[in-house]
Ligand binder design. Structure first.
Ligand SMILES: [Zn+2]
Length: 149
């Protein structure tokens, strides 16, 4: 590398480090590190993500992740953390997985960014009731309550 190239790289370094920090996301810890994450839209059946407990696996559909990301950047990350919640609590309850994800993100670096994205995402969705999740508005409120925002 030329001296000029090296100088340019060194000058850019703080910016790159800053950019990486700004984009930092929640990452699994403890036993959740071992959870498999598989990209498979057939498994998600049109949803962003689903999880299975045995063996602990999260299936993601990159196409749907991208749709969510385009509309509400950051909200796609909430869906992923939510799936880890199902596995961490070994529960099928959507409310419990939501609450777990909200509390995890509230503790995480940049977590507020993703919580706000998720709240915005659910507030913008048509407010149709759902027996499993509660209405999108209720979901947004739950996230806010659990994160103590
Ligand atoms: Zn769920």
């Amino acid at each position: 590398m030329s001296r000029r190239g090296l100088a340019a790289l060194l000058a850019a370094l703080p910016l790159l480090v800053f950019a990486a920090g700004a984009m930092a996301q929640w990452v699994p810890s403890g036993t959740l590190v071992k959870v498999l994450v598989v990209r498979d839209c057939d498994e998600t059946g049109g949803d962003v993500a689903v999880s299975r407990l045995d063996p602990p696996t999260i299936y993601l559909c990159p196409r749907v992740v991208e749709l969510v990301r385009k509309k509400d950047p950051g909200a796609e990350h909430f869906y992923l953390v939510h799936e880890y919640g199902h596995i961490a609590l070994a529960t099928a309850s959507e409310a419990e997985a939501d609450c777990w994800a909200a509390r995890e993100l509230a503790k995480a670096r940049n977590g507020e960014r993703y919580l706000n994205a998720a709240i915005r995402h659910f507030m913008h969705r048509p407010d149709q009731p759902s027996a499993r999740y509660g209405s999108p508005r209720r979901r947004a409120e739950r996230i806010r309550d659990c994160a103590a925002m």
